[in-house]
Design a protein around this ligand. Sequence first.
Ligand SMILES: Cc1ncc(C[n+]2csc(CCOP(=O)(O)OP(=O)(O)O)c2C)c(N)n1
Length: 977
Amino acid sequence: MSFLTGANATYVSELYARFVEDPSAVDAGWAAFFRDLNEDGRSILAELKGAPWNKNANKVIGAPAEEAPAAKKDGKGGKPVAAAAGPSPEELRKAILDSIRALMMVRVYRVRGHLEASLDPLGLHKPEPHPELDYRNYGFTEADLDREIFIDNMLGLETATLRTIIRILRETYCGHIGVEFMHIQDPDQKSWIQKRIESIHNHTEFTERGKKAILERLTEAEGLERFLQMKYTGTKRFGLEGGESVIPALEQILKRGSQLGLDDVILGMAHRGRLNVLTNFLKKPFAALFSEFQGNPATREDFQGSGDVKYHLGTSSDRDFDGNVVHLSLTANPSHLEVVDPVVLGKVRAKQTQRGDEDRSDVMGILLHGDAAFAGQGVVHECFAMSQIKGYTTGGTVHVVINNQIGFTTAPQYSRSGPYCTDVAKMVQAPIFHVNGDDPESVVHAARIATEFRQEFKADVVIDLVCYRRHGHNESDEPAFTQPLMYRKIASHPTTRQVYAQKLIDEKVLTEAESTQMVADFQAHLEADFEAAKSYKVNKADWLEGKWAGLGLLEDEEEMRDERTDVSVELLQEVGQAISKLPEGVNVNRKIVRQLEAKQQMFKTGQGVDWATAEALAFGTLCVENTRVRLSGQDCGRGTFSQRHSVLVDQETEERYVPLNHIREGQAHYEVIDSLLSEEGVLGFEYGYSLSEPNGLTIWEGQFGDFANGAQVIIDQFISSGEVKWMRMSGLVMLLPHGYEGQGPEHSSARWERYLQMSAEDNWQVCNFTTPANYFHALRRQVRRNFRKPLVVMTPKSLLRHKLVVSKLEDFGPGSRFRRVLPETEALKPDDQIRRVILCSGKVYYDLFEERAKRGLDDVAIVRVEQIYPWPKETVMKELGRYSNAEVVWCQEEPANMGAWTFVDRRIDFILEELEHKSRKPMYVGRKAAASPATGLNKNHVYEQALLVDQALSGALFTLPQPFRRVTKMSKMQNPK
Ligand SMILES: Cc1ncc(C[n+]2csc(CCOP(=O)(O)OP(=O)(O)O)c2C)c(N)n1
């Protein structure tokens, strides 16, 4: 028995407290003892003081140090009394040392216990015994195993034998679950996990019904894969075999989650096990899946787009868990692993906002990962980085890693530097449950705790389901080329279902015959659906459900133009008032006060509306019309170029005031968020947001357009092609600052050639506007048509402050509209005497315009193509048709292999041919083809820019387009060198 119980422990802790204050106040023997303790020992002693039994501490403390070596309570909770024959100080000190050592061991188990957990179902990776988990490391010997030790209610016990302590520690921390949680700084989260797992030794005792339910889920998971293997041998399906426990785990997350308020869940996952999740979890009909295996499209006949492979498709459904209905949807994704993660998060966030789910209890994301991808893909980091930021948080995601201990052919030691594939999650101090996939009860148990944790703390949590992959990377792949030993082991390893069924048979939960029947019943069910698949017809147009109801797909080009984006003068003035007045009670920066005054002037005179004001007018008018606006990007509150000032920061308090949210009562919200320094994660998030919120305007702004290629996967795989692959529309706007202003290779070009190269099938709009009004109309157009298309805009930098880059208020008012092409504005010679017509887009227009004026040229017309895609053929044709005797030039500031040239050249060709124009070919004027988008030397930039403007206006042209020929001659200008 331990001497160190109840009042004795109190006595010792108080003695220690006294020693800490004044070492000479305690007896010399105790002082020496305390002095010899190491730091851990001291901290444990200090903590004893707070133990719940320490109610009479102040009374004990009154006892002289040597007088009451064995204070005891009187048994009725009354005042402590001295023991008649208590332990000697020596015995007491030994007991304290036992406690301290035992508690030190408990602490170490919490930190390192997972290292000895039995996680690998194949047993290939046996954990090495860790010296710090050996009781002998703490000064105990075998002889101590049966000694009672006071452990301060640590494992739910006040005292226990050393043997019991070790057993409980091993059950809790070294069984089939290894828990990593001691890296968590938040004391509540940490102690929540500690209590939750220690109180039940990290084990749930399932009811017979619960156990049978788990077996049923495993039966379905395994049964489907077997069936597909049998019917479609060798067809790629990226089967779940080896990781079947993920299905009961998902069930548990939903079941427990729905008890805790969850009613909408968005999932993202990769290829592995997807067909299983789609059918067995999301309840996509098996017949639909078999029909796809038979080569039929997954979508309705009347709209098929380009389609996608089966294991990329999404679906949605409603499922009932004990009367709680949960809406589930699996987000379609490309092959690019993990890139769907931010998209899922954005969708979750949008739904939370729509539903007013402020504490984020109702809507949640679940992300399933592969071990190699989770460890390797940077976007995983970006998503964790976003997870607790105000503008992006979704209140935590439940992550499940299907850790089959291999990535294609690559073994873990080549896949990561850290010990676990989940180490990245520690960056947000997420708790991580590593679980042996062959113990489905432990998996379900961990899933339950993870779900509770997410609902309690609204933070990320990870389940690392350690399993194996029964076949090769796909079903026709030979894994033994690279992992012969592993696969030899797998070949003789029983399936998870077999292991679990045997366990339940041994426990007499069910008989062998019942188990066999369960398999046969499911097989029969699949056979019936297999037959039904032969006549299966997709009839669900699920892409226009819910919030999308009322919207349609774009049917033809005409419709695309048919939109009204003008607003009343009163509304313009109302918004103008809100964005230009000095808000009461806000100490606005003096320079901004001047800007506000300038804005007031714009609304008074109706003249000189600049870019940022036009944008604010678009946002403000939409908000008044009850359309939410969300803008996110790096520093976009102020604006990279200090142009937007959406947020006024009080100069005394740093409080933030957003004028666009103060237009009128009841208006929709304008949300502007300075993003984290990520492109891929944030763009993916906003794209996801736009998928779930068709009735709001969602915008991502690049700091400079140049950086958008950090998000190239999101652009290629989702924004440009999501609609044709998955019939999911998006009205996302991408704002990409672009323009050659001498800032070097990385602050000049948004590389819009890439967007143009990807343009087809009306997949999006690619624009380079020259007027604030056009920008205004284009933004409003995004949410005023009955279909949605992404909008990619090259946005200005220096033009934000250019005196010519302004619009009149009437350009926003009644009757105004978006203009795809802006014709010549000046009075020149009659059209048939125009010598040259220059087509251009974006900033170079103003360079040409000003230089033409300077030179007094009246025989060169300039036509601006504001929207390059969809290519406004008719309007360009109309404009070119006017100038029947003119040479036709395409002028751009980008190098010939970049910019719009390679996109427009043949399109202009066709127009000229159709017009039977005298000029049969457009001539190219711009920078020569280049590897780097722009020079880093400002002098060269100025020279090149002047040269191309000169060339466009006055230079001799080559008769054939020579995009790759270097422009070398200056006509009237001096080389500035
Ligand atoms: C971004 C990206 N790079 C490469 C690939 C090719 N690839 C497909 S699956 C795979 C291995 C994935 O391993 P893991 O994440 O462990 O999942 P598993 O297939 O083992 O379930 C790779 C490299 C890909 N799909 N996406």
